[in-house]
Design a protein around this ligand. Sequence first.
Ligand SMILES: [Zn+2]
Ligand SMILES: [Zn+2]
Length: 411
Amino acid sequence: MKITVHRGMDQIGGNVIEISTDKTKILLDAGLELNPIEETEVIKTEDVVENGFDFDKLLRENDFSAIFISHYHADHVGLLSLAKNLPPVYMGKLAYDIFKATEEYKNNIVNFVPAGYFYDSKPIIVGDIRVTPVFADHSACDAYSFIVEAENKTVVYTGDFRGNGRKNFSSYLNKMPQNVDAVICEGTNAGKDGVNAKEAELENKMADVMENANQVFVLMSALNIDRVVTVYKAANKVKRIMLQDVYMSLVTNLCGNNIPNPCTFNNVYAFTSKGMDEEEYSKYFAGYGNKKMGEKQIADKKFVMCVRSSFKNYLQKLNSIKPLSGSVLIYSMWDGYKNQKTIKAFLDFAQSLGMKIVDIHTSGHADCNDLERFLEKINPQYIIPVHTVNTEWFVEKYGTEKVVRDKIFIV
Ligand SMILES: [Zn+2]
Ligand SMILES: [Zn+2]
């Protein structure tokens, strides 16, 4: 079995990994290099080609039988929208529904319907390659790792995963094979000190901060479903309503009745931060009945509002109805995003309104302890680090014999 890391080695995201046998070629993930920071931002085609990677050319020059998408983050799925002739695509059903709804919200056309969907631990066979998706915990829901078997070899691809979410890490580990020939392992947090806080621990921290604040805003990704649950539980503890904009509501409604959403949770409401014409308004608010709120209604309530950095004007509007000083903005994303222009401007703006900024976040990626636990369990002969800028950590820990730095490797 041949493994080719077309992209994703020594960088975080942009994964494109090929697995091939004599008879069959498949791809694992087709990601953009851009960070999926601002979900409402339109991705430009030129950026991808400028980065020296021509996905369309790769598809033209190879006869791939399938593409397996681990999860809906743009750094794993984003290239698909740019391709002209896609081979059959496989991904999670909910992952696809969320991907489609959010792309269409951004007026992007989704150019494929999956040839099949994943079910936890149920193999999909393509030619002489067998791929078993294993449900993984990550800051995107409906995410998977893959067990790839062919030519009497077993290779695991982690996709993005962690051990500190609400899913049980031990049961994930129990589904994994042992003594595998190789693992293509994400290492976003490789070499970083400290242990990831549990998603559930954030809940108490958030509730404490929410208790005495005027109003509460949470700057976060609308696609991070675990975090939506955390924010909801905290808001519930301090008896505040939760406000989700139409974009987040689109996502949470798709996730089903158990995830806080404006349709089935009586203390969750929908709003829009952007002006909409009548047609758009009725399209997005059709199912919400009395669960939608305008600014004036909102200003009268004690609330927790999930926001993104594009909401500056909307916050300004709320502030003019009722001053927001004494409010709290919970920053619940990766710390590094603070250096980005739009995020920085948004935080400065929040402060100028008299808001206090409090950081409450935990990573969507395995910390070193969990990486070690995982690697101990599957006991791989070779480790191919991807989605990391710290391959050195793997080398120091597991040695040059075991850790592969070549983009093409045969097991
Ligand atoms: Zn990723
Ligand atoms: Zn991800």
